[in-house]
Design a protein around this ligand. Structure first.
Ligand code: UTP
Length: 304
């Protein structure tokens, strides 16, 4: 029986939604509080039993390699100053082998995954995207790997989204359902509003059999002139079943500005050191904004 020990984290995108910050800094290094988003993803992979990670990087992504490397000078200074708590944070996470490969041009997510094919070889593997951070009792990827261990089939992680959000995601047209596992008739990339076959959206966690590389290799460029992973999954599903699994957990969308701000607030509210002061600030702020906007007749109570 095959199981999953390797993971790819594609991190070679341009991060246009965060320009100009991402002009000289990888989007994946933007922090939620003091931790870069990519570190949350690496920690999820480790907690899911992954032993080797390959990060697909691109131009201007050196900071990611430096982040996961040791920094002896910094460590020495922290030891001298007795800052052992910080030392611990700086050394983590070290339990996993991290490898790097460059995607020379940002030709799309499918292409980024394909760049790591030699590292993966003929084994099943996971893909984790940094746009989604998931908080759950059992790591999201681990939930998918457990399903893979039973089905031995490729699986994409999905969650329900609102109708108006379906146009932002790859959407699943579900077939038979068993528990939270779906057979899939079709995978549709970013369907136009009102045309989505369901509200089950692909959420940046995947487990693949290695045959996916053949489908990516023969994939034409799709929307935006990029090689789309969803298109390759759709074609693979015609030959070899790809399942969708509705994983448990709270998902934070950190790939766009509003989601990023909401995530920062949520994580800060869980931090006992700043929680109270932040809450007081937010309450005061809301009152202030309401008062200022009253003249516009805006009713905030109607918002979610
Ligand atoms: P996104 O489209 O969310 O990331 O791709 P992006 O292109 O960096 O961001 P925007 O849309 O311009 O703001 C999803 C993931 O796929 C990676 C990205 O780094 C991100 O983690 N990716 C995308 C690549 O590695 N290579 C690509 O050519 C495209």
């Amino acid at each position: 029986m095959k199981t999953v020990k390797k993971a790819i984290i594609p991190s070679a995108g341009l991060g246009t939604r965060f320009l100009p910050a991402t002009k000289a800094m990888p989007k994946e290094m933007l922090p939620i509080l003091e931790k870069p988003t990519i570190q949350y993803i690496v920690e999820e992979a480790i907690a899911s039993g992954i032993e080797d990670i390959i990060i697909v990087t691109g131009k201007g992504k050196r900071a990611i390699e430096d982040h996961f490397d040791r920094n002896f000078e910094l460590e020495e200074t922290l030891i001298k100053r007795g800052k052992l708590g910080l030392l611990e944070k700086v050394r983590q996470p070290s339990e996993v082998e991290i490898h790097y490969i460059r995607q020379k041009e940002p030709k799309g997510l499918g292409h980024a995954v394909w760049c790591a094919r030699k590292f993966i070889g003929n084994e099943p593997f996971a893909v984790l995207l940094g746009d989604d951070i998931v908080r759950s009792d059992q790591p999201a990827l681990k939930q998918l790997i457990e399903q893979f261990d039973v089905t031995q089939s490729s699986i994409v992680g999905v969650q329900m989204v609102e109708d108006y959000d379906t146009q932002r995601y790859g959407i699943v047209d579900p077939g038979l359902k068993e528990g939270k596992l779906y057979q899939v008739n079709n995978f549709v990339e970013k369907p136009k509003l009102g045309t989505a076959p369901s509200n089950l959206a692909i959420m940046g966690r995947y487990v693949f059999n290695p045959e996916i590389f053949d489908f990516i290799a023969s994939q034409d460029t799709g929307a935006d002139g990029e090689i789309q992973l969803t298109d390759a999954i759709q074609r693979m599903n015609q030959v070899q079943s790809v399942y969708a699994f509705d994983f448990s957990g709270r998902r934070y969308d950190v790939g766009e500005r509003l989601g990023f701000v909401k995530t920062t607030i949520d994580f800060a509210l869980e931090d006992q050191l700043i929680r109270e002061e932040l809450l007081n600030y937010l309450v005061r702020k809301i009152e202030e904004v309401k008062l200022a906007d009253k003249s516009l007749g805006y009713n905030y109570q109607k918002m979610e």
